[in-house]
Design a protein around this ligand. Structure first.
Ligand code: PLP
Length: 421
């Protein structure tokens, strides 16, 4: 009797093991079928390299894992949704996430001093796409008001996208020299001001290499001395525009304190998107003074440059806003600035020439030996006024003090090797 029961138990156990093995086997074979050694080794390489990626303004502390789990479990991944259309004027019947896009813009609007009733914007493909809209909207707005094409003024330390875009849009570009801190020199700007043409100012809110911030008040004072010149102000705040609203320096990006007309910010820098994206914000007045191009098949007007646009980027930004929250952004921003100051102080202590501009998370310094430049992916630049070759570290969320300490240890070691030679 006992052995019969034992036998039965045994057979149940074996059946269970067989069932588990079958499920496991098919899952494993599915895994094997879909595994791709090339993609796997690429992913491994990126995971290793991102740890020491210090030279570019990417935030590698991505928190979208749960978003992708949701995307798969909700089956949304299997639909093609397209944000062609205006998030503030939704007519289209096609599959889109325009209401989430509008929600994202309305979350950020007040952070840059836009009132809800006088706000228009979109989630862009990148900071460059935001600058493209700023220059395009600015130029059409000024042309409509004055019947003249504007001149674009930008400092020679600003991001090259502004120069490329002025060229693309066939606009006259005036490059204004910058000072040693990367800021447009107001006197040099005034010397170059074209008296009979509207001015499209591109203010740099954190230049790419030195983190210089154009002095909006000084430049606005000059413009006020030339009241016949119609002005549009676009702020290129690709990196700094992400964290500044959440710091004591928030006034710099508040249009109620500094009257700008539009602003562009990257989404994959401070905010932690895992692919290029951004936001572009402007006023209804600017938007209503564009050529709308009525598009019947979309049942609406299309003031923006692109037709098809990502619907996933707004959803990811919506997710990031929901899961980070105001308080999360505030503490991330404080932490970046604290670590940047710590890095600068540490380099001062070892007497390695280093600079940090106010409100900046970018420490720039005398360029270290090549081995370190490669190990930490340090971007190169040079400035004769500061002794020649320079590099910088952009202190993003993944650039922890421990990792910075390793960099400082490497720097000290290589210096000692060089000095004893
Ligand atoms: C000041 C500034 N503006 C614009 C850009 C371009 O932004 P994106 O790379 O998002 O196109 C960058 C990129 O680093 C930048 O630093």
């Amino acid at each position: 009797m006992f052995s019969v029961i034992r036998c039965k138990k045994m057979s149940i156990l074996l059946t269970a093991i067989f069932a588990i093995a079958t499920v496991c086997g098919s899952a494993c074979s599915r895994k094997t079928t879909h595994a791709d050694p090339d993609l796997d080794s690429f992913a491994k390489q990126i995971a290793e390299r991102k740890v020491n990626d210090f030279g570019y303004p990417a935030n590698h502390d991505i928190r979208l894992g749960d978003f992708y789990t949701w995307l798969t479990s909700s089956k949304l991944y299997a639909a093609m949704i397209n944000n062609a259309g205006d998030p503030f004027d939704q007519h289209g019947g096609h599959l889109n996430a325009l209401s989430f896009e509008r929600n994202v813009i309305e979350f950020f609007g007040p952070h840059y001093g836009f009132d809800k009733g006088n706000l228009w914007g979109l989630v862009t493909a990148s900071g460059t796409d935001g600058n493209n809209h700023g220059i395009y909207f600015g130029s059409k707005y000024l042309e409509k008001k004055t019947r003249k094409k504007p001149v674009v003024y930008v400092s020679d330390a600003a991001h090259y996208s502004n120069m490329r875009l002025a060229d693309l849009q066939n606009l006259k570009l005036v490059l204004v020299p910058s000072d040693v801190h990367g800021r447009m020199i107001p006197e040099e700007f005034e010397k170059r001001l074209v008296p009979n043409r509207p001015a499209l100012m591109v203010y740099a809110m954190g230049t790419t290499f030195k983190g210089g911030i154009d002095d909006q008040d000084a430049l606005n004072k000059i413009l006020a001395r030339h009241p016949s010149i119609e002005v549009y102000r676009h702020v290129d705040a690709a990196l700094f525009g992400g964290y500044l609203p959440f710091t004591e320096f928030r006034d710099l990006v508040d249009r109620k304190k500094h009257p700008f007309d539009s602003i562009a910010v990257s989404g994959h820098k401070f905010f932690g998107m895992d692919e290029p994206a951004g936001i572009f914000l402007t006023t209804m007045e600017v938007k209503n003074n564009q050529n709308p191009f009525e598009v019947s098949y979309l049942n609406g007007s299309m003031p923006m440059i692109n037709c098809s646009r990502s619907a996933l980027s707004p959803l990811k930004l919506f997710w990031i806003i929901r899961h980070t929250g105001e308080q999360g952004f505030i503490s991330q921003a404080a932490s970046l600035l604290e670590r940047a100051k710590w890095l600068k102080d540490s380099m001062d202590k070892m007497s390695w020439p280093a600079w940090l501009e106010p409100a900046s998370n970018t420490v720039y310094f005398k360029r270290p030996p090549d081995a370190l430049v490669q190990k930490y992916d340090l971007a190169p630049d040079s400035d004769a006024r500061l002794g020649g070759n320079l590099s910088h570290i952009v202190v993003m969320q993944h650039v922890t003090k421990e990792r910075l300490q390793s960099f400082l240890n490497d720097l000290e070691r290589t210096r000692q090797v060089h000095e004893t030679r």
